[in-house]
Design a protein. Structure first.
Length: 235
């Protein structure tokens, strides 16, 4: 069965857009006809960016900084005339040591990048999304469902995404839907480098996650809000 989306005439903002998943989400929205605005702390022209700048209007911004978040979202709304979808993709992974050997700087970095970005983006996008009865879709993680050895702060920050999603859904019932996806291991260049001996065939393709995120924004899930959807692949 083939699946297609029609987001013609609608506006999406994607955070963390220069990474493997963010760029895949931008591409999926663009191919579905949406006007895509993309943001990242990484510049779209840098060697670290995987984003096709031809598909989006790019706004460089630090979404751990509330003033920057407000600036980018207002710029998007002014340029596009509104906002229909927010995809909170910005995130990172750090770990490898137990709690008693984890620095507070690493702990704070994970919460800032993985959770504060989604909180601030949602906070400042909500008034615009209420006007369009739009949707928010964020990225949690399978590992957020339990504690684990060596990456506790990462798991905690991603569990926060699930609770943020449920809170947004409760507070905006009937106006803005909020859902999140929970990937296992995403097949990205960085993960392949870090886990070169793993079976990459079992990992999840960013394009598959992107399609699930678009589904959660579409009319196909018009009665779904507050959900955390597994996107595990075979991992």
């Amino acid at each position: 069965m083939s699946v297609s989306f029609d987001f013609e005439g609608q506006v999406a903002l994607v955070t963390g857009a220069c990474g493997a998943l963010g760029s895949a989400v931008c591409k999926a929205f663009s191919e579905a006809g949406a006007t895509v605005h993309a943001t990242d702390v990484v510049d779209v022209e840098s060697d670290d960016s995987l984003l096709d700048s031809d598909l989006v209007t790019f706004h460089r911004g630090d979404f751990t900084d509330e003033d920057d978040v407000e600036r980018v979202i207002e710029t998007v709304v002014d340029a596009a005339g509104g906002l229909d979808y927010l995809a909170n993709v910005a995130g990172t992974w750090k770990g490898g040591q137990p709690i008693d050997e984890t620095s507070v700087e690493e702990f704070q970095t994970l919460f800032d990048i993985n959770l504060t970005t989604a909180f601030l983006a949602s906070k400042h996008a909500l008034s615009h999304l209420r006007e369009t009865e739009g949707a928010i879709v964020s990225v949690s993680a399978r590992s957020s469902l339990s504690g684990g050895e060596g990456d506790g702060p990462y798991r905690m920050s991603k569990a926060g995404i699930r609770l943020l999603t449920e809170t947004l859904a409760e507070e905006n019932t009937g106006t803005v839907r909020a859902n999140c996806v929970m990937p296992s291991v995403i097949d990205t260049p960085m993960n392949r480098e870090m886990m070169s001996d793993s079976d990459h065939e079992k990992w999840v393709d960013p394009a598959d996650i992107a399609r699930t995120m678009l589904t959660l924004c579409s009319d196909a899930t018009s009665v779904t809000s507050g959900a955390a959807v597994p996107v595990y692949g075979e991992a």
